[in-house]
Design a protein around this ligand. Structure first.
Ligand code: CTP
Length: 408
């Protein structure tokens, strides 16, 4: 693969990205711009990639590098991508080796922009980003947070480990399938906490791994993704907007607000079904007589049922998850079918969690039930693989929808 590095301060993070890519066994050719070398010198890129680097077209001419590097790449990632390089790429310029590579590459191309918020938001940059996306490049959204100086805002390079994860996902699929481009999706993840007092809460064992894998997969397929995360300690997936919540009512408010303009919502979170009827402002103390306090609970709102029954626009797809163990009233699948009907969602991903399976594990096994009565078995595999099968089902539902005049 090719790692294009352009002239922004985040170039120093690209050294870490390169390290992660080569450690995972990838053969990486680094193509920096002249300005990138003002931040991090050629010896760093050469030492970490094990190959010479060049910024120029007129070097090693017999090797025709300006054509060969792009033609033979399986993936090109430009990280960080400055406003200037994206502008040059959007206009098809070829004034250095990297822009030549971008013109000759026929493999998936990913841009991870990093710049000040004002530069990112400028109409010129946004138009260039739109052009690159229209032509099939994956331009991920910058992260929010601390920028070069003391200021904060949108424009940070996502964590190198997450960019490496995105590269691995695209390479594993062997293609950049950008079938969610132009779609806005909302994914919830993690387990909510219902506080009894300032230090104690009722919670559950959800790790957030499946929701994060879903968000990552949707971003890799070109979607604009909002991840509503309840008490998850995982790092933010590259290109994904993360909204953090704690309780079920906070999760509900965030999901409802984010869902208004969403084309699809996937409720992978495990919201607590019950909350204490009262919250003690001070820590609850042990009684001197050894008696234990009783906790009175009330039911939380059912977010999945609410968004399924009150869709903000026709055609919005809602996906739920069901963690079932099966019981005397029915098997795992029977309980899943009943839940799909009760909740009113389009798809229900049913996990068998008897015996502590699934929670906190990298792998998952599921059956995806559809409201039309069909089902898809997903054999045991990574949560990334299950995520892509779920998005395959969602894109299938999108394409089954009648097109409006506007879409035509
Ligand atoms: N869910 C939700 N709001 C809740 C509880 C659950 O939106 N208050 C969603 C979960 O995110 C998941 C689905 O509903 O997508 C299934 O959750 P589950 O807890 O299995 O469903 P329950 O309705 O609580 O059914 P049960 O009585 O079997 O626990």
């Amino acid at each position: 693969m090719v790692l294009g590095v352009t002239g922004g301060i985040a170039a120093y993070k690209a050294a870490d990205l390169l390290r992660k890519l080569t450690e995972s066994g990838l053969d990486v050719t680094v193509v920096p711009t002249r300005e990138a070398l003002r931040f991090v010198g050629a010896p760093t890129w050469e030492a970490l990639s094990g190959k010479p680097v060049s910024t120029e077209v007129f070097e090693n001419i017999t090797d025709v590098p300006h054509v060969r590097i792009g033609q033979t790449a399986d993936l090109v990632v430009v990280a960080p991508a400055t406003a200037n390089t994206m502008a040059r790429a959007a206009h098809g310029m070829a004034d250095d080796l990297l822009t030549n590579v971008l013109l000759t590459a026929r493999c998936p191309v990913v841009f991870a922009p990093a710049m000040h918020t004002e530069m990112w938001e400028h109409a010129a940059t946004q138009a260039n980003v739109a052009t690159l996306r229209e032509r099939g490049a994956l331009v991920i959204e910058p992260a929010e947070g601390r920028l070069t100086g003391k200021d904060t805002g949108k424009g940070r390079l996502p964590e190198p480990a997450e960019i490496a994860e995105l590269c691995a996902e695209i390479l594993a699929r062997g293609r950049a399938e950008l079938d969610l481009t132009g779609r806005h999706v909302v994914v919830s993840a993690g387990g909510t906490r219902e506080y009894l007092d300032p230090v104690r809460f009722l919670g559950n064992r959800s790790s957030g791994l499946q929701g994060y894998a879903l968000a990552r997969a949707a971003a890799a397929r070109g979607a604009s993704v909002t991840l509503v995360a309840a008490n998850v300690t995982l790092s933010d997936p590259a290109g994904v907007k993360v909204v953090r919540v704690e309780s079920t009512s906070e999760l509900r408010d965030a999901v409802l607000a984010e869902s208004r303009a969403a084309d699809a919502i996937v409720m992978a979170a495990a919201p607590a079904d019950f909350r204490p009827t009262s919250f003690s402002d001070s820590k609850i103390k042990k009684a001197g007589d050894g008696s234990a306090p009783s906790i009175e609970l009330e039911q939380n709102p059912d977010i999945l049922a609410t968004i399924s029954h009150e869709r903000s626009h026709p055609g919005q797809i809602v996906v739920g998850f069901a963690a079932e163990t099966g019981d005397a009233t029915g098997s795992v699948l029977e309980l899943g079918r009943a839940k799909l009907a009760r909740k009113g969602c389009d798809l229900l991903v049913v996990n068998d969690v008897s015996g502590g399976k699934v929670f906190g594990h990298a792998d998952n096994e599921a059956v995806i039930l559809s409201a039309d009565g069909s089902s898809v078995d997903v054999p045991s595999g990574s949560k990334a693989v299950l995520s892509h099968v779920i998005w395959d089902q969602v894109t299938g539902l999108f394409s089954a929808q009648p097109t409006t005049d506007l879409q035509e």
